[in-house]
Structures are given as C-alpha cells and as structure tokens.
Design a protein around this ligand. Structure first.
Ligand code: P6P
Length: 336
C-alpha cells in the first residue's frame, strides 16, 4: 500500500478544504524539518556532549538540560527567516521571541515546548516536542514588537496543533482541524510518512496515568476517582484498571491517542501558588486540541481546557484528558 508523505497530506488539506493556506503548510513543513533535527540530536545521546544540565534554570524555575536549549535554538533558527511568523513563544523563554527585522513577518504565532519530558533524556526514555499555531491579531505596525497579549487566545483559536515523539521511532502527530494523523520518520528517505490516518481515542478505557506520589495533595474529586479505580472489580467500577506514568506528557498522550486511557495532572495543594504543573499555551492546549479532534475530552476538572481564557503566557492549568467517558466521570465528580 503506498503511503502518503506529510507534504502530500498538507497539499491535500490545502487543496481539498481550504483548511490550510500555503503559508500554514510551509510553517508545518518547517516545524517538521526542525523536529527531525531535534530527534537527531536527541538520538545521539551520550555520543555527543549534549546530555546533562545546561547549568541554568528556565522561566519555570526548572533545571534546563543542554538539549532543552539545543531544541529551542533549532526551532527558533528554523522558523525565524521564513516570513510566515509574527513571533514565537517557548517554555524556555520568558518573553516572546521577535522576528529579526531583517526578515519579513507573517501572520502566524508559533508556540512550543521544545523538549517535553527532558528530565527523562539522561535515562533514554521517550521525550517530545509540542507545538501550537495561532493567528496573530492585527500587527500594530510591522516593526512593533509582538507582545505577550497577542498570544493570549483560548485554545479554540488554534489553527494547528501537534507533537513529535522521539521514541523507538520518531513520529509526528498533527491536526489541522480535520482529524488527527500520525507520520513516522523514514530515516532512509528523511520523509515523514503517514502511518495512522484519523487516530481515535476509545471512549472507555482500563488504563490511567497520574503521578501517584502526589496522592496526599489531591483534591477530593481526584481522590474519589482514583480510589474507585484502585478498588477494581470489587469496587464501584466493577473492573480492574492498569496504571502507566512515563513522566513525559508526549509519551503518555501518544499512548492514549493510540490505545485509549486517561491522563491526569490535576490541581493539588502541594504548591497552592500553582493551579497545576502543566502549561496551558504550549502543553495543555495543543494536546487538548489533538485529543478532542480524536474523539476524546480534555478538561481542567472544572471547564473545557480549550475554553480557558489565558491571562499569562506561561500560566499553568490542571489537565485531565483522554477517553471521553472517563474524563466526563472525573469532571462530574468536581461538580458535586
Ligand atoms: P512529574 C515533564 O517535566 C512534564 O512537564 C510532563 O511532560 C510530564 O507529564 C510531567 O511534567 C511529569 O511531572 O511531577 O511526574 O515529574
């Protein structure tokens, strides 16, 4: 069976439904080239001096790995010259990255977590890159800096969302608003080839993902939900459940898109100043768009993630996403 490449898919999407314009197609192709370079750097592991810590902290106050910085630079350099972007925002940078004045500006905003799960890098566990695309509100003059406010749009405004997962294979999982499709990197040709069309999240599941070491800080609805899963067949759910926790959101979400499940990083009282661990703009929103496009659900426990009106570029949000019936159940427990 002849498989189509990412480029052929994007051309189709551009021709068939006017879903994406040529500029957006170009944007996705540039990001795809960048994630190939990131996957290459990650794949070299200890062969180069790129493992370990970079010696600083990022805007989140988290220890930066060398590959966090490398991945961030790869995405900035790949995207700043093409004329398709107004600005970029990254987990690794406090402020938006302005397009140098020597390059033309475009109408799109690219947001990314360049290397999600990088604490797993040194132990060779799957990590990934998460990205999201918004349209830039009217540019106030072409040389004016694009400030944080331009990015503060709810997830429903995303035009494109996707991730690369650097595992046994390098895969790019993408939605342009017309279903979710997985592309696998053919290392011989260097092309991303479609290997799964229209990924669907089963509405029910027996598999959950949560960092159970936080149990003593969970709020009551989460405690109730997880206790019911742990009670298994003899409990109120009447069936046994299995648990997975990779510590890399991309890997957990990829498993859920592939075979179902529920992923939870809920609000807890461990650090009352943080309403969750994961970041809304470049982790929760793109993953929520992918999950909904695949027939799943994604909430904060209190509202649909894609409806959250952002107030800060790096704001955190509770995340409950995956198999629809499970997400609706635990979200319902938050309402009582
Ligand atoms: P914990 C990685 O740092 C990350 O942002 C997500 O990829 C992952 O799901 C989560 O944090 C893991 O958090 O508290 O289990 O280390």
């Amino acid at each position: 069976m002849s498989r189509i490449t990412l480029s052929q898919f994007l051309i189709q999407q551009q021709r068939d439904g006017e879903r994406i314009c040529a500029e957006l197609r170009f944007l996705v192709e540039v990001v795809a080239r960048a994630v190939k370079a990131i996957g290459n750097a990650v794949g070299k592991g200890g062969l180069t001096n790129s493992l370990g810590e970079a010696g600083g902290e990022n805007v989140q106050g988290e220890v930066q790995k060398k590959l966090d910085v490398i991945a961030n630079e790869i995405l900035l350099e790949a995207n700043e010259w093409g004329g398709h972007l107004a600005a970029m925002a990254s987990e690794e940078m406090d402020l938006p990255h302005q397009i140098p004045n020597r390059y033309p500006k475009g109408e799109f905003l690219l947001l990314f977590d360049p290397l999600d799960g990088s604490s797993n890098i040194d132990v060779n566990i799957s990590v990934g890159t998460i990205f999201s695309v918004l349209r830039c509100p009217e540019l106030n003059g072409s040389v004016e800096p694009v400030d944080e406010k331009a990015f503060l749009q709810p997830g429903t405004q995303q035009l494109v969302a996707g991730y690369a997962v650097y595992g046994a294979a390098t895969q790019l999982v993408l939605t342009v608003g017309n279903g979710v499709h997985a592309f696998t990197l053919d290392r011989e040709t260097g092309s991303f080839v479609m290997t799964t069309e229209n990924m669907r999240v089963p509405e029910d599941t027996k598999e959950y993902a949560i960092n159970a070491s936080n149990a003593r800080w969970w709020e009551a609805p989460v405690k109730r939900y997880i206790d019911e899963l742990l009670a298994g067949k003899s409990g109120p759910r009447g069936k046994d459940f299995n648990m997975r926790w990779v510590g890399s959101m991309v890997a957990d979400v990829h498993r859920i898109l592939t075979r179902g499940g529920i992923f939870m990083y809920p609000k807890d009282t461990k650090d009352p100043t943080k309403p969750g661990k994961l970041r809304l703009m470049y982790e929760a929103n793109p993953m929520a768009m992918l999950i909904e496009q695949a027939g799943g659900a994604a909430t904060t426990g209190y509202q649909r993630i894609l409806d959250v009106q952002p107030e800060k570029l790096h704001q955190r949000v509770p995340v409950i996403l995956g198999s629809k019936n499970e997400v609706e159940r635990v979200t319902g427990y938050h309402a009582v």
